[in-house]
Design a protein around this ligand. Structure first.
Ligand code: TYC
Length: 125
């Protein structure tokens, strides 16, 4: 009898198996004589939010954004802002796709409301 094993957890607790006729059998994992199937887990992709330098957005506003949107403390925010100011761009944080996109939108909305041209982009990490 061929048993197709479908592991639902890796802890050695109850697992579910089925025989050829499709009947479900519940066995303990350590009672099975079958080879361990590979359990592949995948990490979610991460995305960087990159802030770009410009000549018009005040430094204080960028520091405010870094604190408010990216939860940096004052020192971190000043360091990141100065880094962007000197190098042209810099990473504010790494997030899952939805979080990165929401933060980037927030940066743009807040900047435009204050009539600053601050730009940012989201890029795969
Ligand atoms: N270059 C700006 C200035 O001199 C400051 C600035 C820093 C602007 C970082 C944007 O992402 C930025 N006022």
């Amino acid at each position: 009898m061929a048993i197709i094993t479908l592991y639902t957890e890796t802890s050695g607790a109850l697992t579910s198996a089925g025989n050829k006729d499709g009947q479900e059998i519940i066995e303990r994992k350590d009672d099975l004589l079958l080879a361990e199937p590979e359990v592949k887990t995948k990490r979610p992709p991460f995305f960087k939010v990159v802030l770009l330098n410009d000549d018009y957005t005040p430094m204080d506003f960028v520091v405010f954004i870094l604190k408010d949107v990216f939860h940096k403390n004052h020192e971190e925010a000043v360091t990141i802002m100065m880094d962007i100011h000197q190098k042209g761009e810099g990473v504010c944080g790494v997030f899952t796709r939805d979080v990165a996109e929401t933060k980037a939108e927030l940066v743009i909305t807040m900047s435009r409301r204050s009539e600053y041209p601050l730009q940012c982009r989201v890029e795969k990490s």
